[in-house]
Write a protein that binds this ligand. Structure first.
Ligand code: BDP
Length: 632
């Protein structure tokens, strides 16, 4: 495996070049796992018109009409050519994948250049030694989408009598796979800005920006002596939206700081009369970092960022010191035909709908989304709960066979726990590294509905939660979404959360339909029990919802009808409004989405407030009225 390098989003600057390699790629399934043996690392079978072509970015699943292709589990391969300009000689060249689900090994001109585990975070591979300049080069990606007890997300791979593999997820969304996000060819100077981290403090009308910049040099080792002798310095210029300079600072390496911080440079600057980034009222400054050696520019990188603070105090979630109430959804990256592939069009529509309905937030359930979603949320002033793909840590949830046989083992006592934790911490590090500077990210969700009722979970939780605190310079609140059986008297782990996030289905999975009054009573009983604990922490609802068929109307209501979805949501609204420690409501789900087939799902999960085609169900108008009448 190659060394994983900078997570910075590809950008053209005075010193950097990028080219998107999206479009039609050659594609091949490899059910017999013979690719390597047959030399596919040098190119896939089927030349010219004999090649099978597939679009990138997209899931491969829903293009095909054959079921074994849609459900395909195992190895799959992609290939395409790319051209490397001769002018790039002397700089470092990378291939940057937004995501390949769930894992990838990459070959350039037949040579292995690295890979990545985990299907929802980006990776860059240094391909400088493998390319030919001013010529056509070839990239081959071997992907794999199998799940196991220790993968994020978790699940199983079953072998059918035909020998075909099949995915058995422990979670409720279709196991879409493929190259889901853009692929870039990137050129970056040898001595470059590897990463930067921002945090803020408000002082009267001003903001004090603390910044850290990490510099790497792939050609030479950056020793303390060299950093000082080369007179390397970083200049940070912060520009207003109109382009005027708002603040500027410069930092040099000094003997004392190098000994302590290595190649990381730290500085502070003051933005006078700051325009704060506010909920649904964003302001973005352009942060431009320039790395100089003496007087010559070595590297330049910029991004638009909002300035804001986020903290939890008592039962309040405070943005810029002011309380916020979350209104919005748990979402999915999911749409017709392209599955989990990124589409700027779908993203735009989703934001338009969320604005229309009066939402101000969403959770990236159940995995980190494409980077463009966070950029857009920064732009639109949406609050994002950023979630890891840590879902399915509860074997019985979707794996009905095992549950029925009563073969349940506490999830964190399985022999796979150690490798699960290693994968989990790795994804955590990557997610925080990728998303830490986004103003929109106000909270980290470290797991969805894990098993928390056995003591074994405590040690696991402690490690994940402590690591998140350590990694995030902004010290954002941490949470995890709690399953129905994680209750005040059964859950061993809620105290790790800075904000308590509940997924609740009273009135759907529990006491649905005419029994809804009983559901409400049970719900209130649980809330009273939480209140009695006096946790002095904010509570939010990260899930509540009812499956609803967009074609069903019924008076009086029945479950699955549009009328029932409204009654259900209205019951929840009343309960939320009775407890002042409830600081947010995110309905499950924004839109209908694809799942595995089964007796509980009619061509997918229908809890959407919008259909999968992004048209409103009746409950959308109900929520619009409520959310527009609630304060931020
Ligand atoms: C919760 C899960 C979510 C499911 C939802 C449901 O967090 O992924 O889709 O319930 O059942 O258990 O609709």
């Amino acid at each position: 495996m190659g060394k994983l390098v900078s997570m910075l989003y590809p950008k053209m600057t005075a010193t950097r070049r990028e080219e998107k390699l999206d479009g039609m790629w050659k594609f091949c399934f490899d059910p017999e796992e013979k690719g390597e043996q047959e030399g596919w690392t040098n190119g896939l079978p089927g030349r010219g018109a004999k090649a099978e072509l597939l679009p990138v970015p997209a899931s491969f699943c829903d293009f095909f009409t054959e079921k074994e292709k849609r459900e395909f589990t195992g190895d799959f391969w992609y290939e395409r050519d790319f051209f490397v300009p001769g002018e790039w000689k002397g700089s470092r060249v990378y291939l940057r994948f937004g995501s390949v689900t769930h894992r990838a090994a990459v070959f350039v001109n037949g040579r292995a250049v690295g890979g990545h585990e985990g299907g929802f975070l980006p990776f860059s591979l240094d391909i400088t030694e493998a390319i030919r300049y001013n010529e056509t080069n070839q990239v081959v990606v071997k992907g794999n989408n199998e799940l196991a007890d220790d993968t994020l997300p978790a699940g199983q791979t079953k072998i059918l009598p035909s020998g075909r593999k099949m995915t058995k997820p422990y979670f409720d969304f279709f196991n879409y796979a493929g190259i889901h996000r853009s692929v870039w060819l990137v050129s970056v100077p040898n001595c470059a800005i590897e990463d930067y981290t921002l945090s803020y403090r408000l002082e009267g009308e001003d903001a004090v920006v603390s910044y850290e910049v990490e510099v790497t040099d792939t050609a030479n080792e950056l020793t303390a002596g060299k950093l000082i002798a080369n007179k390397l310095r970083v200049k940070l210029s912060v520009y207003e939206e109109e382009g005027d300079l708002a603040a500027e600072g410069e930092a040099f390496w000094k003997e004392e700081t190098i000994r302590k911080e290595g190649t990381i440079l730290k500085g502070e600057l003051r933005v006078p009369a700051v325009h704060l980034w506010r909920v649904r009222n964003a302001y973005l400054y352009r942060f431009c970092f320039r790395l100089y050696e003496g007087d010559s520019l070595v590297d330049e990188y910029w991004e638009d960022q909002g300035i804001r603070t986020i903290e939890v105090k008592g039962c309040e979630i405070l943005l810029n010191g002011e309380p916020v109430y979350l209104k919005g959804f748990g979402k999915h990256e999911d749409s017709d035909i392209i599955g989990k592939g990124f589409s700027a069009g779908v993203m735009k529509r989703d934001f338009e709908l969320m604005k229309w309905i009066g939402a101000n937030s969403f959770r990236t359930s159940h995995y980190p989304y494409s980077e463009e979603m966070y950029q857009m949320a920064d732009q639109e002033g949406f609050l994002v709960i950023d979630e890891l793909p840590a879902v399915g840590f509860m074997e019985s949830l979707q794996n009905f066979d095992i549950a029925a046989l009563g073969k349940m083992v506490p999830y964190f006592l399985k022999p796979t726990t150690e490798s699960l934790l290693a994968n989990h911490l790795n994804a955590l590090e990557e997610m925080i590294k990728r998303d830490k500077n986004h103003a929109c990210v106000i909270m980290w969700s470290l797991m969805n509905e894990p098993e928390t009722t056995s003591e074994a979970a405590v040690d696991y939780f402690a490690k994940v939660f402590e690591r998140a605190r350590e990694l995030d310079v902004q010290k954002r609140p941490r949470t995890f979404a709690m399953l129905a059986n994680s209750l005040p008297d059964t859950c061993h782990c809620y105290s790790f959360s800075d904000v308590i996030s509940l997924n609740r289905y009273y009135g759907w999975y529990i006491a649905g339909g005419y029994e809804i009054e009983e559901a409400e009573a049970m719900f209130r009983k649980e809330m009273d029990a939480w209140a009695a604990k006096g946790l002095n922490k904010p509570f939010i609802f990260t899930e509540y919802g009812a499956d609803t068929y967009a074609s069903e109307h019924k008076l009086p209501s029945v479950m699955w009808s549009q009328e029932y979805q409204k009654e259900y949501l209205d019951m929840y609204s009343k309960v939320f409004d009775s407890y002042d420690f409830v600081k947010g409501e995110q309905v499950w789900n924004f839109a209908d989405f694809q799942t595995v087939e089964g007796i509980k799902r009619v061509d997918g999960n229908k809890k959407g407030v919008f259909t999968r085609q992004r048209q409103p169900k009746d409950s959308a108008f109900y929520l619009k009225e409520r959310w527009e009448s609630l304060e931020q």
